[in-house]
Structure formats: C-alpha cells, structure tokens
Design a protein around this ligand. Structure first.
Ligand SMILES: N[C@@H](CCC(=O)N[C@@H](CS)C(=O)NCC(=O)O)C(=O)O
Length: 228
C-alpha cells in the first residue's frame, strides 16, 4: 500500500504533502474539507484526536506532524532533509524542528483564542500572549537575518515544520508580519521552491499563497470571515 496522506484543507497536514513533494515520493492524498472550521466526521473517525495530519503506511496509522515527518524521512526518505548527529548544524536542526510545535504554534494558538474571545488588548492574558508572539517572531527574524534556512545553509524538515505558523495559521490568527523583514524574505524563498508549489497546488489549490506571505494580515479563513 502506497503512503497515504489524509489532508485536511488549510491545515498542518500541508507539511506532509510538502515533505513528500520535496522528497519526490509516490504517495496518495485523501482530501477532506473543514466542516465548517474543524475536522469533518470522516476525519474525526481516523484517529481519537481527530486532528490533521494523519498518515497511513504499511498497515500503520500515524498522527502528529513531527512524528509523521520523522516517519516519512526515515522510512521513505532515506534520512534526507534531516541533519544527523555530527553535522555542524545538527543542534540547530533539532531546535527549529521542535520549536515549531513546541513554542511557535502554541504561541500563535493562544493569541488566536484571545482574539476570538474578544479579550481587550490591555488585558494581562492578552498582552502576555501578544508579547510571546513578538518574542518568537523577533527571534526567528534574527535567525533568518544571518541564515538562508532555519537550520543554516541547508533547507531541512525544520523549515517544513515552521512555515505553516507563518502562512496557513495566519488565516486563523491574523498576525501582521510587516516588521519582520527577514521572515518575509525567507517566505519568498519558500514559495519559490518547486516542492512547495506542487504541494500547495495539489493540497490547497484554493489558497492564494502570495497573499499569505505578505506582511499585512491576510484575509481570514472563509467561515471566520463570514462571522466577522
Ligand atoms: N500538534 C498537532 C496539531 C494538529 C492540529 O491541531 N491540527 C489542526 C489543523 S491545523 C486540526 O486538525 N484542527 C481541526 C480539529 O481539531 O478538528 C500536529 O502537529 O499534528
């Protein structure tokens, strides 16, 4: 059975598609639309947590982006796009790979909920959440001022892990990236990659990626727009 990527539209499962395209893998995509914001029943039935991504391979079912990426790299990619112990940028690779879901995505998510709850900006909880995002983005911007990719000179799976928070996630939490010029330049490098373009065209052809990589907040995901 060929590797199957269960892709929920406008979601973190674009990481799996992007990785598979960068590695040139033969894979099958099953596409699910959000309903209206969260996973539809068919996606919920895939896994007890019901969140994207979920992949299937050889009778195995795997969830969590980080686990899916490591699995694909090790089982299908011959270790490509990961840096190994002994490589000079190994620890940077590890750091940025885990920074994505360990620090950045939770920071974006916390502020998203603060916004959705309509908490006043001077509220202690809101300002803490906002400060954490500023800290995260400033740190990443400084890293990208001196490095082409997050781990260093080489494009790696650490980039694949982090980019969603800067692109797709901003349809749900409208961060303004205008002052982070190094992040914006980095995103231009990302969208020029053929693997990224193939993944987005296959997985989310309705997304205009150019609007998601500009500084000003992009339009909200459809149902959120309708609510506003
Ligand atoms: N840490 C998880 C997060 C997964 C997650 O929350 N995915 C979102 C999409 S970006 C989702 O499936 N949301 C719909 C839902 O939970 O119903 C991972 O990286 O796999």
């Amino acid at each position: 059975m060929v590797l199957t990527i269960h892709h929920l539209g406008h979601s973190q499962s674009d990481r799996c598609l992007w990785l598979a395209e960068e590695l040139g893998l033969d894979y099958k995509m099953e596409k699910y639309d959000r309903s209206p914001m969260l996973s539809p029943p068919k996606y919920l039935a895939l896994h007890p947590i019901g969140a994207a991504p979920v992949i299937e391979d050889d009778g195995l079912k795997i969830a969590e982006s980080g686990a899916c990426l490591e699995y694909i790299i090790n089982v299908h990619g011959n270790g490509r796009l990961a840096l190994k112990p002994g490589h000079k940028d190994y620890t940077e690779y590890l750091y940025w790979f885990h920074f994505a879901n360990g620090t950045m995505q939770p920071a974006m998510g916390r502020y998203m909920y603060v916004r959705w709850a309509g908490v006043a900006e001077d509220n202690n909880m809101a300002s803490r959440a906002k400060n954490k995002i500023d800290q995260v983005l400033t740190f990443m911007d400084q890293r990208l001022a001196k490095n082409t990719w997050l781990a260093g000179e080489q494009f790696t799976a650490a980039d694949i892990m982090c980019v969603f928070s800067l692109t797709g996630m901003r349809e749900f939490s409208q961060e303004d990236l205008s002052k982070y010029t190094n992040i914006l330049a980095y995103l231009q490098r990302v969208i020029k990659r053929e693997g990224y373009q193939r993944a987005m065209n296959r997985g989310d052809p309705d997304i205009d990626i150019n609007t998601l990589v500009q500084g000003p907040p992009p339009p909200a995901f459809g149902p959120l727009r309708a609510k506003a």
